[in-house]
Write a protein that binds this ligand. Structure first.
Ligand SMILES: Nc1nc2c(c(=O)[nH]1)N[C@@H](CN(C=O)c1ccc(C(=O)N[C@@H](CCC(=O)O)C(=O)O)cc1)CN2
Ligand SMILES: NCC(=O)N[C@@H]1O[C@H](COP(=O)([O-])[O-])[C@@H](O)[C@H]1O
Length: 224
């Protein structure tokens, strides 16, 4: 039974991608439900060859390429990004495999309205090549995180995490595939909680309002 349709206007979301776009697709699928408290108004890529652009167009969404290489530095690139995001009236920015380090100026401009998905249980394994590093380190539990973006890479207040066991026979690819499945579950959940106003930031912590009826999903039991 669908949750009662809230009368609040749906939050307007800009999704930033650089590549494949499978997390963007998970967000598109969630936003297709009229009862979902957010809708995607623009998909922006810094790469014209991002496969995600075709997927967004196939879903009938407006897509825009703002190529960082066309600008004389991060700030002018980000000024063009902000101008477009303001023009489409976005309330929330979702980074979904967006592979450009954003400056402190841009992060402050969109403070606590910009979230990112990262394929590790931050603060462990921040940065790139997380699955390879997890296997190399021999850790037993791995996962993914949706967090608010801060100037420091992969360092913001954590909204949702999902954990899973590392199998003895795991390769970076097999582990990455299981983590990606969890990413596609937790990103729509985090966006829903944020769009429903159920997340507030205190210092470097994200506080989820306890009434959020899907609290159990935030600490899901370790699944295979
Ligand atoms: N200020 C921040 N910017 C970004 C964050 C963040 O947490 N704070 N998250 C990232 C996403 N990301 C990891 O989650 C990430 C993005 C980019 C890079 C990186 O090394 N980029 C290089 C260029 C790589 C390329 O263009 O292919 C760079 O920007 O010079 C690492 C991790 C989004 N931005
Ligand atoms: N540090 C950022 C980072 O590593 N992000 C990761 O890039 C992939 C993008 O896949 P997608 O384009 O299919 O969503 C995802 O696994 C995401 O967590």
């Amino acid at each position: 039974m669908n949750a009662p349709q809230s009368t609040a206007p749906r939050k307007r979301v800009a999704v930033l991608i650089s590549g494949r776009g499978s997390n963007m697709e998970a967000l598109i699928a969630a936003c297709a439900d009229p009862a979902f408290p957010a809708g995607i108004v623009s998909v922006i890529s810094n790469r014209a060859d991002a496969k995600g652009l075709e997927r967004a167009q196939a879903a009938g969404l407006s897509t825009t390429v703002i190529d960082h290489k066309a600008f004389a530095g991060r700030e002018p690139f980000e000024a063009a990004l902000s101008a477009h995001i303001e023009a489409v009236g976005a309330d929330i920015i979702c980074l979904a495999g967006f592979m450009r380090l954003l400056t402190a100026g841009f992060v402050t401009r969109w403070q606590d309205r910009m979230i990112n998905i990262h394929p590790s249980l931050i603060p462990a394994f921040r940065g790139l090549h997380t699955h390879e590093r997890v296997i190399e380190a021999g850790v037993r539990v791995h996962g993914c995180t949706v967090h608010f973006v801060r100037a420091e890479m992969d360092d913001g207040p954590i909204i949702v995490q999902a954990a899973l066991p590392v199998r003895p026979d795991d390769t970076a690819d097999s582990l990455g595939a299981r983590v990606l499945t969890r990413e596609h579950q937790i990103y729509p959940l985090a966006l829903r909680l944020l769009a429903e106003g159920k997340v507030r930031v205190e210092g470097n912590r994200a506080i989820i309002d306890a009434a959020a009826d899907d609290i159990t999903l935030i600490n899901p039991p370790l699944s295979a």
